[in-house]
Design a protein around this ligand. Structure first.
Ligand code: HEM
Length: 264
C-alpha cells in the first residue's frame, strides 16, 4: 500500500470513529438530560417525595431489625458478640460504604419528611373532613416528635458506643477470643453502659418512641408504595403493631436484663 493510500485510509478511519464518538456523546447527553429532568420532576412531586420517604424508611427498617438481631447476641457467651463486633469493625471499605449509605438514607428520610410537612401545611383544608384532618395531623405530629427524639438518640448512641467519647475508658476495654485474637470488649462495654440507670432509661424511652414511629411509618410506607388496600389494611395494621411491639421488647430486654443482673 502506498503512502497516500495509507494516509487516506487512516483519515477515513479517524473520521468514522469521530462520528461514532459524536453519536455516543449525543446519546449520553440526551440520556443524562432526560434522567436529570425526570429525577428533578420526581423529587419535586409529592408522590416522588413519598417514594423517597417510603424507600428510605424500608432501608432504615431493615437496618434497625438487623442491628437488633446482632445486639441480641449479648444473651449468648461474651465471645459471640465480641467476635461479631470484631468482624464488623474489620470490614474496612465495606463498613464505610454501609455507613455512607445509611447517612445518605437518613438525610433523604429527613429531607422528604420536612418537604412533605411544608406541602401539607400549605394544602391544609379549611373546615371539611375535620375528624380525618385531626387524626392525620395527630399521626404526623407523633411522627415528627418521635423522629426528632430518635435522631437525638442516634447522635448520643454514636457518641456512647461507636466513638466512645461519653465514657472514654471504654476505648481501653480489650479481651481475647478462644482462638487468641485480641478484640475490643463490646460485651463489657454494653454491660457497663447499661449499668447506668439514666442511660438505660433514655434508651428504653427512645426505643419506645422509635417503635411508635415504626408502627405509623410501616402503615404509611405501604400506602405510599401502593401495597395497602381495604382488604389487607386490617391484617397489615396488626402486623405493623405486632412488629413494633416485638421490636420494642427485643431492644428493651437488653438494658433491662443488664440492670437486673441477668447479663454481666
Ligand atoms: C438497646 C438498643 C441498642 C443497643 C444495645 C445498641 C448497641 C450498639 C453497639 C454496641 C454499637 C457499637 C458497635 C461497635 O462499634 O462495636 C452500636 C452502633 C450503632 N448503633 Fe446501636 N444499639 C441499640 C439501638 C440502636 C438503635 C435503635 C439505632 C438506630 C435507630 C442504632 C444505631 C446504631 C448505629 C447507626 C451504630 C453505628 C454503626 C457503625 O457505623 O459503626 N442502635 N449499637
Amino acid at each position: 500500500m502506498g503512502f497516500a493510500e495509507t494516509v487516506g485510509l487512516r483519515n477515513l478511519g479517524s473520521l468514522e470513529s469521530g462520528k461514532m464518538y459524536c453519536g455516543v456523546a449525543v446519546i449520553v447527553f440526551s440520556l443524562s438530560n432526560f434522567m436529570e429532568k425526570t429525577t428533578a420532576r420526581l423529587f419535586r412531586s409529592s408522590l416522588g417525595k413519598k417514594y423517597v420517604m417510603a424507600v428510605s424508611g424500608v432501608i432504615l427498617l431493615l437496618f434497625v431489625i438487623g442491628h437488633l438481631i446482632g445486639n441480641l447476641q449479648i444473651f449468648a457467651h461474651p465471645d459471640v458478640i465480641n467476635a461479631y463486633a470484631h468482624f464488623l469493625q474489620n470490614l474496612g471499605p465495606g463498613l464505610w460504604a454501609v455507613r455512607l449509605i445509611l447517612l445518605a438514607t437518613v438525610v433523604a428520610h429527613i429531607w422528604s419528611a420536612v418537604e412533605l410537612t411544608i406541602e401539607n401545611r400549605r394544602a391544609r383544608p379549611d373546615s371539611y373532613e375535620v375528624k380525618d384532618t385531626i387524626q392525620a395531623s395527630y399521626a404526623s405530629r407523633t411522627m415528627r416528635i418521635s423522629g426528632f427524639i430518635v435522631l437525638a438518640f442516634i447522635l448520643f448512641h454514636l457518641a456512647h458506643f461507636t466513638l466512645q467519647v461519653v465514657n472514654p475508658e471504654y476505648q481501653d476495654l480489650y479481651t481475647e477470643l478462644a482462638d487468641g485474637t485480641v478484640v475490643h470488649d463490646v460485651h463489657t462495654m454494653m454491660v457497663a453502659g447499661f449499668q447506668n440507670v439514666w442511660i438505660s432509661l433514655f434508651y428504653i424511652v427512645a426505643i419506645g418512641l422509635l417503635s411508635v414511629h415504626l408502627r405509623h411509618g410501616i402503615a404509611s410506607m405501604l400506602q405510599s408504595l401502593g401495597w395497602r388496600n381495604r382488604k389487607i389494611a386490617g391484617p397489615l395494621e396488626k402486623v405493623s403493631i405486632g412488629l413494633s411491639i416485638l421490636y420494642f421488647a427485643g431492644n428493651a430486654a437488653i438494658p433491662l436484663a443488664i440492670m437486673a443482673g441477668f447479663v454481666s
